[in-house]
Every structure is written in structure tokens, then in C-alpha cells.
Design a protein around this ligand. Structure first.
Ligand SMILES: CC(C)(COP(=O)(O)OP(=O)(O)OC[C@H]1O[C@@H](n2cnc3c(N)ncnc32)[C@H](O)[C@@H]1OP(=O)(O)O)[C@@H](O)C(=O)NCCC(=O)NCCS
Length: 316
């Protein structure tokens, strides 16, 4: 099976993540909203999330995660030749958050943002590894970072209980002979109005529609990618899904007859951190030694758009 991955030499050599220090528990939310710890944890699996200081921007979270990933890859910012930041909560309309990250890191690399909401990191990893295949880039920082607290209506219990702030990053490096990530990206014909954050304004969401989409698309994308690469469940060390709602994952797992321990979950601790959710989970899975070098890992993103993306990676 492993030969099904294109051996043209792009691999992840470092992972890192950062969450702010300010903890917001379900009980904290219940003090000002008509909700309860029981409702939130039973319906979503979330018990707490971390919220960034007002003065900390998305680029600050991204820099912390990137520094962690670079350290683990034993690279310095001068070694980086491209920076891609997936975010839907940029610091400014321009310059891009990636340009601010570049400046804060002290790098001269080209840098750009990618907007695909909760699918953003998988989209960014796919595009970055394809750009690397051209031979133009060798050390690429791919970051997923979001500060949803700044677009949240804290009086709206439909959305306020779901999201947290954070950032995750990977270092992608050229490695002749290594298995490059394999990606499938897609979107729905309809549903762009299901989950919206205006350019200036706050999130609105049709929760049930998003929930149903999540279950259906997770099952469909996992089936598709496993079929395409002829992967069996035994070949896969871990599936890292976007952390939107534990019940979405449970429903899809149940339909596919996949045990829940095949899925890495940390939504309980961080909530839904949007573009950051998959790279945070990946970095934690590495840190906790749930996955090791050589393991096949599946990343599955889905969200506003309605967009989705699935990726098979082999850890370097
Ligand atoms: C938002 C979500 C948790 C709501 O769960 P649900 O089981 O679908 O709940 P419903 O919307 O049907 O609401 C059920 C009841 O709970 C109430 N409710 C909604 N939010 C609540 C909250 N935070 N606390 C307490 N009660 C709440 C509703 O008003 C409704 O009450 P009613 O029966 O008296 O009308 C769920 O739909 C979901 O997770 N959707 C996906 C959201 C998501 O992942 N978005 C990001 C995608 S990347």
C-alpha cells in the first residue's frame, strides 16, 4: 500500500502547536448564557476552550506554533523558503497574516494566506506539497491559526459554546524517496450560506445542517481516499478529523464500523479551533507518541463552504 503514495519526496519533519493561556470552561459560559455544562458536553464533547487576549492576534498564535514546529524540525526561520497560513480570522485584510508571521519570525520567505475555514489546513498542506514538487521550495511552514473569539457573538449560545482559539503548524521538507502527502479536496454544490462570518460581523450557523454535512462528508471522504489508495483500516495508524463535534465523529465511525480509538480527539480540551484543529491534534498525537515515524495518518477536514479535504500522510 505504501507505494501508492507518490515517492517524490515531501514529508513532515516537525509539528507544533500553541493555545492561549486563558481558560474558558463550560461552567464559565453557563454563568452568562442560557446553557449548561451538561448540555454542551453531551451535545458536543466540549468541556473547555482557550481564548486569546484581546491584544493577541491570529499572527501571534501562528508564530508560537511555527516556532515550536521549527524547533522540532531543527530549522531556523532563515531556512524557511515559503510560509502558508490557513486562517479565516486574519489580523488585517492586508498585509496577509502570513506576511506578519514572516516578519515576526524574521524571515524573507514569500508568504500568503489561504481561506477555506475549517478545511483550511488540509487545503494549505495540499497546495504547499504540490508547490514543493515543482522543486522551487524545500522547507515550507504550513500553519493553521484562528482566533474565533474575535468574531463570536458571546450572547448567542448556538455558536459561543463551540469554538476556541489556537494555532498548529508543520514543517514540510523535501526528502528524496519520502512518500508525499496524498490529498483529495472538494466542496458541496450548495450550502455556502450554512455557516457564515461576514467580513465585519459575527458568525451565524445552521447547526443541524452543518452536523448532517459533517457526518455524511466524513464517511464519504474516508471511503473515497481509502478506496483510491487501497488502504485498509489496519494500514492506518490514526485518523485525525477536524474537531467540530464528537458526535459527528461518533456517527461517522459507527456508520463505517471504525472503532473510536482509531480517531484522535481533543475537542474536550480545545473546542473547535477551525483551521488550527487538525494541526493542533497532529502535534499532540506526535507529542503523546500516538504516532511515530513511518506511520500512515489520515487528516480529514470539513466546514464552511461547504468545503472538505482529506489527506494521507506518512510521518517522516
Ligand atoms: C450546534 C449543535 C451542537 C446543536 O446540537 P443539536 O443537537 O443539533 O441541537 P438543536 O440545534 O437541535 O437544539 C436542541 C435544543 O437545544 C437548544 N440549544 C441550542 N444551543 C444550546 C446551548 N448552547 N445550550 C443549551 N441549549 C441549547 C436549542 O434551542 C433547542 O431547544 P428546543 O428543543 O427547546 O428548541 C449541533 O447541531 C452541531 O454541533 N452542529 C455542527 C456545528 C459545527 O460543528 N460547526 C462548525 C463546523 S466546522
Amino acid at each position: 500500500m505504501q507505494s501508492a503514495l507518490n515517492p517524490n519526496g515531501v514529508t513532515i519533519t516537525g509539528t507544533g502547536f500553541y493555545v492561549p493561556t486563558s481558560l474558558l470552561t463550560n461552567l464559565d459560559l453557563a454563568a452568562s448564557l442560557d446553557t449548561s455544562d451538561e448540555w454542551i458536553s453531551q451535545r458536543t464533547g466540549i468541556r473547555q476552550r482557550y481564548i486569546a487576549e484581546a491584544s493577541a492576534e491570529t499572527s501571534d498564535l501562528a508564530v508560537m506554533a511555527a516556532t515550536d514546529a521549527l524547533h522540532r524540525a531543527q530549522l531556523s526561520p532563515e531556512d524557511v523558503d515559503l510560509i502558508v497560513v490557513a486562517t479565516s480570522t486574519p489580523d488585517y485584510a492586508f498585509p496577509s497574516t502570513a506576511m506578519l508571521v514572516k516578519q515576526k519570525l524574521g524571515s524573507r520567505a514569500p508568504a500568503f494566506d489561504l481561506s477555506a475555514a475549517c478545511s483550511g489546513f488540509v487545503y494549505a498542506l495540499s497546495i504547499s506539497s504540490d508547490l514543493m514538487k515543482s522543486g522551487a521550495y524545500h522547507n515550507v511552514l504550513v500553519i493553521g491559526a484562528d482566533k474565533f473569539s474575535k468574531i463570536m457573538d458571546w450572547q448567542n449560545r448556538n455558536t459561543a459554546v463551540l469554538f476556541g482559539d489556537g494555532a498548529g503548524a508543520v514543517v514540510l521538507q523535501s526528502r528524496p524517496g519520502a512518500s508525499s502527502p496524498f490529498s483529495l479536496l472538494g466542496s458541496e454544490e450548495r450550502g455556502a450560506d450554512t455557516l457564515i462570518s461576514p467580513v465585519t460581523g459575527q458568525i451565524t450557523m445552521h447547526g443541524r445542517e452543518v452536523f448532517k454535512f459533517g457526518v455524511r462528508i466524513l464517511e464519504s471522504m474516508l471511503t473515497k481516499v481509502m478506496g483510491e489508495l487501497e488502504l485498509s483500516l489496519e494500514d492506518i495508524a490514526l485518523i485525525i478529523p477536524h474537531q467540530a463535534n464528537v458526535r459527528i465523529i461518533e456517527h461517522a465511525a459507527d456508520k463505517m464500523n471504525i472503532p473510536m480509538d482509531k480517531f484522535f480527539m481533543n475537542i474536550e480540551t480545545y473546542g473547535n479551533t477551525s483551521a488550527a484543529s487538525i494541526p493542533i491534534a497532529l502535534a499532540e498525537a506526535v507529542e503523546q507518541q500516538r504516532i511515530q515515524a513511518g506511520d500512515i495518518v489520515v487528516l480529514a477536514g470539513f466546514g464552511a463552504g461547504l468545503a472538505w479535504g482529506v489527506q494521507v500522510i506518512q510521518l517522516g
